[in-house]
Write a protein that binds this ligand. Structure first.
Ligand SMILES: N=C(N)NCCCC(=O)O
Ligand SMILES: [Zn+2]
Ligand SMILES: [Zn+2]
Length: 316
């Protein structure tokens, strides 16, 4: 326990970081602490994918890659696990054969975990899971939430093979359900071919602003951060990170890779630019280990989660 009464990660100078069972960042399990300010929870679900499967294994893969994280974050001059009690809540046991039931289970699980004011950082799983997580976040916030959505894809399509709940459709459903504050929702890092121009027209109609991958390249991180902050203001903010927002060079281990993505440095820098915003919840999804050579994707994802947790400690 540290001076603030928080249980931090296992000390890598005492027990080698590759020893023992993996929790996220070698943090305590939720049942080992009295109260968690932030819980990291896995959702091993990938029944909503439209191409390569495997994101159900993403959470544990990210946990394994997170063993190397150290407790002090120099980019924000803070030790995120010192001021906040962060714990690993394990995985939600969701039905892989019934998407509707899985969505209900995730929503209920998220509500249960956030009961005492705990904030959630969720490790996916495919992007379908963002819908029930947003429902829970909006319920806890007591109002529709602002959203920053990092992704190569819009994920505002209507249906696939007639299915409403898939990893390409969560944000259209979320807008329809009124759980997003449509004055303050933005995609970041989108790129690649679409089905038609209508995809963009629909997306705009729903209220989304878009910062494409090319915009990040041409405008630079600082300008992008300033624009995004302006749009979000002091609203409760949810951040959803589809790891395929990164170029396949930075994240090969994902189900629907698209060329021309942003770098992990750009993603981390944009996230760090959200310091002081009212971050109420976040997810990192679409990590598919079978395609992840040398843990490249999982290393990036574990750092993204680390900076999201850091932001929660610096929230307004
Ligand atoms: N990776 C996510 N979330 N969505 C990709 C859907 C792309 C498609 O099948 O057209
Ligand atoms: Zn995507
Ligand atoms: Zn996505």
């Amino acid at each position: 326990m540290n001076v603030n009464g928080k249980v931090g990660p296992i000390d890598a100078a005492q027990i080698p970081r590759y020893a023992g069972a993996a929790t996220y960042a070698r943090l305590p399990r939720l049942d080992q602490v009295e109260h968690a300010d932030v819980a990291v929870v896995g959702v091993p679900f990938d029944t909503g994918v439209s191409y390569r499967p495997g994101a159900r294994f993403g959470g544990n893969h990210i946990r394994e890659a997170s063993r190397l994280l150290r407790p002090y974050n120099p980019a924000q001059d803070t030790s995120p696990f010192e001021n906040l009690q962060v714990a690993d809540a394990g995985d939600l046991a969701v039905n892989p054969f019934n998407i509707n039931e899985a969505i209900e289970t995730i929503q209920a699980g998220a509500l249960e975990l956030t009961e005492g004011g705990t904030k959630l950082v969720t490790l996916g799983g495919d992007h379908t899971i963002a819908l029930p997580l947003l429902r829970a976040a909006a319920e806890r916030a007591g109002e529709p939430v602002a959203m920053l959505h990092f992704d190569a894809h819009l994920d505002t399509w209507d249906t696939y093979f007639g299915a409403e709940y898939t990893h390409g459709t969560p944000f259209r459903r979320a807008v329809e359900e009124g759980i997003l504050d449509t004055e303050a929702i933005s995609h970041v890092g989108t790129r690649g071919p679409l089905y038609g121009k209508k995809d963009l027209e629909d997306d705009k109609r729903f209220g989304f602003g878009i910062v494409t991958s090319s915009d990040v390249f041409r405008q630079g991180v600082d300008e992008v951060v300033a624009k995004l902050r302006d749009r979000i203001g002091s609203r409760p903010l949810y951040i959803s990170v589809d790891i395929d927002v990164l170029d396949p060079a930075h994240a090969p281990g994902t189900g629907t890779p698209e060329a021309g993505g942003i770098t992990s440095r750009e993603l981390l820098e944009i996230l760090r630019g959200m310091r002081g915003m009212n971050l109420v919840g976040a997810d990192v999804v679409e990590v598919a280990p079978a395609y992840d050579h040398a843990d490249i994707t999982a290393v990036a994802a574990s750092h993204v989660a680390y900076d999201l947790i850091t932001l929660m400690g610096l929230s307004a």
